[in-house]
Write a protein that binds this ligand. Structure first.
Ligand SMILES: [Zn+2]
Length: 248
Protein backbone atom coordinates (compact mmCIF):
# COMPACT_ATOMS: atom_id res chain seq x y z
CA UNK A 1 0.00 0.00 0.00
CA UNK A 2 1.06 3.57 -0.62
CA UNK A 3 1.66 6.16 2.10
CA UNK A 4 -1.26 7.38 4.18
CA UNK A 5 -3.95 8.99 2.06
CA UNK A 6 -4.92 12.63 2.30
CA UNK A 7 -7.55 13.10 5.03
CA UNK A 8 -9.40 16.23 4.00
CA UNK A 9 -12.07 16.31 6.75
CA UNK A 10 -9.51 17.38 9.37
CA UNK A 11 -8.50 20.52 7.49
CA UNK A 12 -11.71 21.32 5.56
CA UNK A 13 -14.89 20.11 7.24
CA UNK A 14 -16.95 21.66 4.42
CA UNK A 15 -15.46 19.50 1.64
CA UNK A 16 -18.32 17.24 0.52
CA UNK A 17 -16.69 15.51 -2.40
CA UNK A 18 -13.26 14.64 -3.78
CA UNK A 19 -11.73 12.84 -6.72
CA UNK A 20 -9.52 9.96 -5.66
CA UNK A 21 -7.81 6.73 -6.71
CA UNK A 22 -8.57 3.42 -5.10
CA UNK A 23 -5.44 2.46 -3.13
CA UNK A 24 -6.58 -0.82 -1.57
CA UNK A 25 -9.62 -3.11 -1.58
CA UNK A 26 -10.33 -5.88 0.92
CA UNK A 27 -13.26 -8.09 -0.05
CA UNK A 28 -14.02 -9.72 3.31
CA UNK A 29 -17.37 -10.05 5.14
CA UNK A 30 -17.55 -6.30 4.72
CA UNK A 31 -15.80 -5.05 1.62
CA UNK A 32 -13.51 -2.16 2.55
CA UNK A 33 -11.84 0.42 0.36
CA UNK A 34 -8.91 2.77 1.03
CA UNK A 35 -8.56 5.82 -1.24
CA UNK A 36 -5.52 8.03 -1.83
CA UNK A 37 -7.67 10.93 -0.53
CA UNK A 38 -11.08 11.19 1.08
CA UNK A 39 -13.57 13.61 2.64
CA UNK A 40 -14.89 10.95 5.04
CA UNK A 41 -14.57 11.34 8.82
CA UNK A 42 -13.79 7.90 10.26
CA UNK A 43 -15.63 8.41 13.57
CA UNK A 44 -14.18 9.07 17.01
CA UNK A 45 -14.50 11.44 19.96
CA UNK A 46 -18.23 10.74 20.15
CA UNK A 47 -18.87 11.68 16.51
CA UNK A 48 -20.09 8.82 14.32
CA UNK A 49 -18.43 8.17 10.97
CA UNK A 50 -19.80 9.54 7.73
CA UNK A 51 -21.89 7.77 5.12
CA UNK A 52 -21.99 8.39 1.40
CA UNK A 53 -21.07 7.08 -2.02
CA UNK A 54 -18.10 6.04 -4.10
CA UNK A 55 -18.72 6.58 -7.82
CA UNK A 56 -16.38 5.22 -10.49
CA UNK A 57 -15.44 7.80 -13.11
CA UNK A 58 -15.12 5.34 -16.00
CA UNK A 59 -18.66 3.91 -15.93
CA UNK A 60 -20.65 5.72 -13.21
CA UNK A 61 -20.90 2.55 -11.10
CA UNK A 62 -21.69 3.49 -7.55
CA UNK A 63 -21.23 1.87 -4.18
CA UNK A 64 -22.92 2.92 -0.95
CA UNK A 65 -20.48 3.58 1.89
CA UNK A 66 -22.30 2.69 5.10
CA UNK A 67 -19.53 3.77 7.47
CA UNK A 68 -15.81 4.26 7.94
CA UNK A 69 -13.14 3.63 10.52
CA UNK A 70 -9.44 4.17 10.99
CA UNK A 71 -6.98 1.28 10.73
CA UNK A 72 -3.22 1.58 10.57
CA UNK A 73 -3.58 5.35 10.17
CA UNK A 74 -5.75 4.99 7.04
CA UNK A 75 -9.42 5.92 6.70
CA UNK A 76 -11.17 2.73 5.64
CA UNK A 77 -14.53 2.95 3.82
CA UNK A 78 -17.01 0.15 4.52
CA UNK A 79 -19.20 -0.72 1.52
CA UNK A 80 -22.82 -1.80 1.77
CA UNK A 81 -22.89 -5.41 0.59
CA UNK A 82 -25.00 -5.57 -2.56
CA UNK A 83 -23.43 -8.69 -4.05
CA UNK A 84 -21.72 -6.72 -6.79
CA UNK A 85 -18.02 -6.56 -7.57
CA UNK A 86 -16.09 -3.98 -5.58
CA UNK A 87 -14.06 -1.23 -7.26
CA UNK A 88 -10.52 -2.14 -8.31
CA UNK A 89 -7.20 -0.78 -7.14
CA UNK A 90 -6.24 2.11 -9.40
CA UNK A 91 -9.85 3.03 -10.31
CA UNK A 92 -10.49 6.77 -10.50
CA UNK A 93 -13.53 7.57 -8.34
CA UNK A 94 -15.48 10.38 -6.79
CA UNK A 95 -16.16 10.07 -3.06
CA UNK A 96 -19.28 11.91 -1.84
CA UNK A 97 -20.52 12.51 1.70
CA UNK A 98 -24.14 12.22 2.74
CA UNK A 99 -23.90 15.93 3.38
CA UNK A 100 -27.15 16.69 5.25
CA UNK A 101 -26.17 14.11 7.85
CA UNK A 102 -22.58 15.32 8.13
CA UNK A 103 -23.59 18.98 8.42
CA UNK A 104 -26.07 18.08 11.18
CA UNK A 105 -23.19 16.31 12.96
CA UNK A 106 -20.95 19.38 12.56
CA UNK A 107 -23.65 21.59 14.09
CA UNK A 108 -24.34 19.11 16.88
CA UNK A 109 -20.64 18.69 17.65
CA UNK A 110 -20.13 22.44 17.84
CA UNK A 111 -23.19 22.81 20.09
CA UNK A 112 -21.70 20.25 22.49
CA UNK A 113 -18.46 22.27 22.64
CA UNK A 114 -20.49 25.39 23.45
CA UNK A 115 -22.21 23.43 26.23
CA UNK A 116 -18.83 22.30 27.61
CA UNK A 117 -17.51 25.84 27.45
CA UNK A 118 -20.48 27.31 29.33
CA UNK A 119 -20.55 24.59 32.01
CA UNK A 120 -16.80 24.99 32.62
CA UNK A 121 -16.76 28.80 32.58
CA UNK A 122 -19.88 29.31 34.72
CA UNK A 123 -19.76 26.27 37.05
CA UNK A 124 -16.21 24.91 36.88
CA UNK A 125 -17.49 21.45 35.95
CA UNK A 126 -15.30 19.22 33.78
CA UNK A 127 -16.61 17.13 30.94
CA UNK A 128 -15.91 13.40 31.20
CA UNK A 129 -17.45 12.08 28.00
CA UNK A 130 -20.00 12.56 25.29
CA UNK A 131 -21.75 11.10 22.32
CA UNK A 132 -23.87 12.36 19.43
CA UNK A 133 -26.16 11.55 16.55
CA UNK A 134 -27.10 14.02 13.82
CA UNK A 135 -29.17 16.68 15.63
CA UNK A 136 -28.81 15.43 19.21
CA UNK A 137 -26.19 14.50 21.75
CA UNK A 138 -25.26 14.11 25.37
CA UNK A 139 -22.39 15.15 27.60
CA UNK A 140 -21.33 13.86 30.99
CA UNK A 141 -19.86 16.20 33.59
CA UNK A 142 -18.37 16.07 37.07
CA UNK A 143 -21.10 18.40 38.21
CA UNK A 144 -22.31 17.64 41.72
CA UNK A 145 -24.67 20.61 42.07
CA UNK A 146 -26.54 20.28 38.78
CA UNK A 147 -30.28 20.92 39.13
CA UNK A 148 -33.35 21.60 36.98
CA UNK A 149 -32.95 25.34 37.54
CA UNK A 150 -29.30 25.29 36.53
CA UNK A 151 -30.06 23.25 33.43
CA UNK A 152 -32.61 25.86 32.32
CA UNK A 153 -30.05 28.60 32.82
CA UNK A 154 -27.41 26.62 30.95
CA UNK A 155 -29.74 26.18 27.98
CA UNK A 156 -30.37 29.91 27.64
CA UNK A 157 -26.70 30.78 28.18
CA UNK A 158 -25.60 28.31 25.48
CA UNK A 159 -28.17 29.78 23.10
CA UNK A 160 -26.89 33.29 23.77
CA UNK A 161 -23.31 32.13 23.08
CA UNK A 162 -24.34 30.46 19.82
CA UNK A 163 -26.22 33.59 18.74
CA UNK A 164 -23.09 35.68 19.47
CA UNK A 165 -21.69 34.39 16.14
CA UNK A 166 -18.37 33.24 17.55
CA UNK A 167 -15.80 31.93 15.09
CA UNK A 168 -14.71 28.31 15.43
CA UNK A 169 -11.03 27.74 14.61
CA UNK A 170 -9.03 24.61 13.94
CA UNK A 171 -5.30 24.49 14.72
CA UNK A 172 -2.63 21.82 14.81
CA UNK A 173 -0.06 22.43 17.56
CA UNK A 174 3.20 20.73 18.51
CA UNK A 175 2.60 18.54 21.55
CA UNK A 176 4.72 20.65 23.94
CA UNK A 177 2.91 23.83 22.92
CA UNK A 178 -0.50 22.24 23.43
CA UNK A 179 0.51 20.91 26.84
CA UNK A 180 1.38 24.45 27.94
CA UNK A 181 -2.21 25.65 27.48
CA UNK A 182 -4.15 25.37 30.78
CA UNK A 183 -7.55 25.16 29.01
CA UNK A 184 -6.44 22.02 27.21
CA UNK A 185 -5.24 20.27 30.34
CA UNK A 186 -8.77 20.21 31.76
CA UNK A 187 -10.01 18.21 28.77
CA UNK A 188 -7.66 15.41 29.78
CA UNK A 189 -5.21 16.03 26.96
CA UNK A 190 -2.65 14.27 29.18
CA UNK A 191 -4.42 10.99 28.40
CA UNK A 192 -3.32 11.18 24.75
CA UNK A 193 -0.78 8.49 23.83
CA UNK A 194 2.94 9.31 24.08
CA UNK A 195 3.60 8.83 20.36
CA UNK A 196 1.32 11.67 19.21
CA UNK A 197 3.51 14.60 18.17
CA UNK A 198 0.91 17.13 17.13
CA UNK A 199 -2.40 17.97 18.71
CA UNK A 200 -5.41 19.26 16.81
CA UNK A 201 -7.41 21.85 18.68
CA UNK A 202 -10.88 23.30 18.18
CA UNK A 203 -11.49 26.76 19.59
CA UNK A 204 -14.81 28.52 19.88
CA UNK A 205 -13.20 31.93 20.14
CA UNK A 206 -13.77 33.41 23.58
CA UNK A 207 -15.64 30.38 24.91
CA UNK A 208 -14.03 26.97 24.58
CA UNK A 209 -10.79 25.26 23.57
CA UNK A 210 -10.42 21.51 23.26
CA UNK A 211 -8.15 18.89 21.76
CA UNK A 212 -10.42 17.24 19.25
CA UNK A 213 -10.47 15.14 16.08
CA UNK A 214 -14.00 15.84 14.89
CA UNK A 215 -15.69 18.11 12.37
CA UNK A 216 -17.31 21.40 13.38
CA UNK A 217 -18.98 24.41 11.74
CA UNK A 218 -16.86 27.54 11.32
CA UNK A 219 -19.15 29.93 13.20
CA UNK A 220 -21.60 29.29 16.04
CA UNK A 221 -24.41 31.03 14.16
CA UNK A 222 -24.55 28.00 11.85
CA UNK A 223 -25.58 25.85 14.81
CA UNK A 224 -28.80 27.80 15.42
CA UNK A 225 -30.12 26.92 18.88
CA UNK A 226 -30.31 24.04 21.32
CA UNK A 227 -32.86 22.63 23.68
CA UNK A 228 -31.99 20.62 26.78
CA UNK A 229 -34.08 17.47 26.33
CA UNK A 230 -33.08 15.73 29.53
CA UNK A 231 -30.62 15.42 32.36
CA UNK A 232 -29.87 12.67 34.79
CA UNK A 233 -27.58 11.64 37.61
CA UNK A 234 -25.07 8.93 36.89
CA UNK A 235 -23.98 9.01 40.52
CA UNK A 236 -23.45 11.66 43.18
CA UNK A 237 -20.97 13.63 41.09
CA UNK A 238 -21.44 12.47 37.51
CA UNK A 239 -24.34 14.07 35.65
CA UNK A 240 -25.52 13.79 32.08
CA UNK A 241 -27.12 16.54 29.98
CA UNK A 242 -28.94 15.72 26.73
CA UNK A 243 -29.51 18.31 24.04
CA UNK A 244 -31.00 18.54 20.59
CA UNK A 245 -30.76 21.21 17.92
CA UNK A 246 -33.96 23.23 17.95
CA UNK A 247 -34.49 22.81 14.22
CA UNK A 248 -33.53 19.15 14.19
ZN1 LIG B 1 -15.43 17.57 20.10
Amino acid sequence: MTATGEQIAYSDAYARTAEARVAAVDAGDTTTVVLDRTVFYPGGGGQPSDRGLIIRAADGRLWTVRGAHKAGGEIVHELESDGSDPPRVGDLVQVDLEWARRFALMRTHTALHALCGVVWRDYGAQVTGGNMEPGSGRMDFEFERMSADLVGTIESTVNAELAAARDVRVAVLPRAEAFAIPDLIRTKINLLPEGIETIRTIEIVGLDLQADGGTHVSNTREVGGIQVTGYESKGRINKRIRISLTDG
